[in-house]
Design a binder for this molecule. Structure first.
Ligand code: ASP
Length: 466
C-alpha cells in the first residue's frame, strides 16, 4: 500500500489508506478511542472502536508517539463536520496500527503559539518546539519564499554560486567571528559578514548574473530582529545602472510576494530620498501603512536612495555610511576623486524598506581601482592599510572588471513581515538564544587542551569569570 498524506484524506472517502505520523491530542469517549494523526501535511481525526483489531494497541498510545495505521476514510455525519479543519469532513477508522516509536511526555506544550514558554526551554528542545503549527508554517513560508526567488532568478539567467565561509577579516560594518588556523598558527580566518567582495570578484570573472542564499555571520549585539547568523538573498549583476537594477529587483519582490497571496500598497515602489525620509518620517526605516492596511497585512515597500556616502567617525574623520565598495552617484564622482565636499558626496546605495523594516540594501559598485581607492583615502586609510585590506580588490579591478551592482535581502526580516512575527528566532529553525548561545547543542563551550595546543592558542581568562 502506498502512503497517503493526511491532507489527501477528504478525497479518499470509502477507501482503505495507509497513514504515517504522530499521535496528537488523544482523548477517550467511553469505549471509543479518539486521537488526531499529524503528518507534515495536516491532521485528521482517527477513531478506534472496541471491535477493531488495533484496539488493544491503540489503548497504549500517548501523544507524540509515531505510528503507521491502516484506516478506512469515512465521511463524518453532517453535524460532526469540523469546519475549522481541512480534513474536518472525514475521519479515519483504524483497522491496523503499528507503533514505530514511543515518545516521553514532551517537556513543553506543543499546542498554542508557545510565546509564553521560557526561551531557554524552547531552544533546548527546539526539535519539539518546531512541531508547533505556527513554526511549521513559518519555516515552510520561508522555504516557499526562497524557492520563488530562486525560480525568478533562474528564469533570468542567474547562476547560483557559493562563496567561501572561511575568509579574510575586513571592516564591513560589524565585528567578525574568527576561526583560528591550525596550519598557520597564530593566524585567523574570519567568517563572512557578507559575500560582498567575492560576488564582485565573480563579476570580474564574467558570470554577469550571480545570486546565492548567503549565510552572513556577524558578531553583533543581539536584538529582536538581529542574530549572529542570518541569510541573505545575495545578488550581483554586471552592466546595469541603478535604475535598471532596482527595477529588476522590485520585479522579483513583487512577483514573489504577490504569488504568495500578499497585497502591495503601492507599485512601482515609491522612491524616497534619504533627506526626505529623515525630514518626513524621522528615519530611514518607516512604515507607510495606515491602520486598516496594518490590519489587512498589506505590504508597503519603498526605496530609500541618495544616502550620503560618508559619515563622521568617532575619531573626527570619515567612515562609510553603508558599504565601502559602493560607487558614488555620477554627479559626485569629481568630489570623490578630489576628496572635496565630502559630506555632500552621494552614494548609489538603495535600501528597500517594508512596513518599518529594512529588507534589502545594495548599490552600484566602484568597479575601478581609483574610485575605491579614493573612497578609502577619504576614510583616512594610508597606502599600506589600503593594500593590506583591499589590495586584492584593487588588483582585480585592473583586469577588466565590468560595471556592476547588486543587493542583499535579509530573508528573516522578510519572513518576519510576511508571517507577522516580531522575533527573528520565530522564523529560523535553530536560532541563537538572546544571550548568544546555540539551540539544542551547548555552544559556545571550551575546547580541549589538546585542541588548544594544536591551534597554538592559550586561554587567558580567569576561570571564575565563566
Ligand atoms: N553586502 C551588503 C550587505 O550585506 C549588501 C549589498 O550591498 O549587496 O549589507
Amino acid at each position: 500500500m502506498e502512503r497517503t498524506l493526511i491532507k489527501e484524506t477528504p478525497e479518499r472517502i470509502g477507501e482503505k489508506v495507509e497513514l504515517f505520523g504522530w499521535v496528537d491530542s488523544r482523548r477517550d469517549h467511553g469505549k471509543l478511542i479518539f486521537f488526531d494523526i499529524r503528518d507534515r501535511s495536516g491532521i485528521v481525526q482517527a477513531v478506534v472502536t472496541p471491535k477493531s483489531a488495533a484496539y488493544e494497541e491503540a489503548n497504549k498510545l500517548r501523544d507524540e508517539w509515531v505510528i503507521r495505521v491502516v484506516a478506512e476514510i469515512k465521511a463524518r455525519p453532517e453535524k460532526m463536520i469540523n469546519e475549522g479543519l481541512s480534513t474536518g469532513t472525514v475521519e479515519a477508522a483504524i483497522s491496523e496500527l503499528e507503533v514505530l516509536n514511543e515518545s516521553e511526555t514532551p517537556p513543553l506544550p506543543l499546542k498554542g503559539d508557545g510565546m509564553d514558554i521560557d526561551e531557554d526551554v524552547r531552544l533546548k528542545y527546539r526539535y519539539l518546539d518546531l512541531r508547533r503549527e505556527r513554526l511549521q508554517k513559518n519555516i515552510k513560508l520561508r522555504s516557499e519564499f526562497v524557492d520563488r526567488c530562486r525560480q525568478f532568478l533562474f528564469e533570468r539567467d542567474f547562476s547560483e554560486i557559493e562563496t567561501p565561509m572561511l575568509t579574510k577579516s575586513t571592516a564591513e560594518g560589524s565585528r567578525d567571528f574568527v576561526v583560528p588556523s591550525r596550519l598557520h598558527k597564530g593566524k585567523f580566518f574570519a567568517l563572512p559578514q557578507s559575500p560582498q567582495q567575492y560576488k564582485q570578484l565573480l563579476m570580474t570573472a564574467g558570470f554577469e548574473r550571480y545570486f546565492q542564499l548567503a549565510r552572513c555571520i556577524r558578531d553583533e549585539d543581539l536584538r529582536a530582529d538581529r542574530g549572529f547568523e542570518h541569510t541573505q538573498i545575495d545578488m550581483e549583476v554586471s552592466f546595469v545602472d541603478r535604475d535598471e537594477f532596482m527595477k529588476m529587483d522590485e520585479e522579483m519582490i513583487t512577483t514573489v510576494v504577490e504569488a504568495m497571496g500578499y497585497k502591495i500598497k503601492e507599485k512601482p515602489f515609491p522612491r524616497i530620498s534619504y533627506k526626505t525620509a529623515i525630514n518626513e518620517y524621522g528615519g530611514d526605516k518607516f512604515d507607510l501603512r495606515n491602520e486598516a492596511e496594518k490590519q489587512d497585512g498589506v505590504l508597503a515597500f519603498a526605496w530609500v536612495t541618495d544616502f550620503p556616502f560618508f559619515e563622521k567617525a568617532d575619531d573626527g574623520g570619515y567612515t562609510f555610511s553603508h558599504n565601502p565598495f559602493s560607487a558614488v552617484m555620477p554627479e559626485s564622482l569629481d568630489d570623490l576623486l578630489k576628496g572635496e565636499n565630502v559630506e555632500n558626496i552621494i552614494s548609489s546605495q538603495y535600501d528597500l524598506v517594508c512596513n518599518g523594516f529594512e529588507v534589502g540594501g545594495g548599490s552600484i559598485r566602484a568597479h575601478r581601482a581609483d574610485w575605491l581607492e579614493a573612497a578609502l583615502k577619504i576614510m583616512g586609510m594610508d597606502e599600506e592599510k589600503i593594500q593590506k585590506d583591499y589590495g586584492h580588490m584593487l588588483e582585480a579591478f585592473k583586469y577588466g572588471t565590468p560595471p556592476h551592482g547588486g543587493i542583499a535581502h535579509g530573508v528573516e526580516r522578510m519572513i518576519m513581515i510576511l508571517s507577522g512575527e516580531e522575533y527573528l528566532r520565530e522564523v529560523q529553525a535553530f536560532p541563537q538564544s538572546s544571550s548568544g548561545r546555540t539551540s539544542v547543542m551547548n555552544a559556545p563551550e571550551p575546547i580541549s587542551d589538546d585542541q588548544l595546543k594544536e591551534l597554538g592558542l592559550k586561554i587567558d581568562i580567569k576561570k571564575d569569570k565563566e
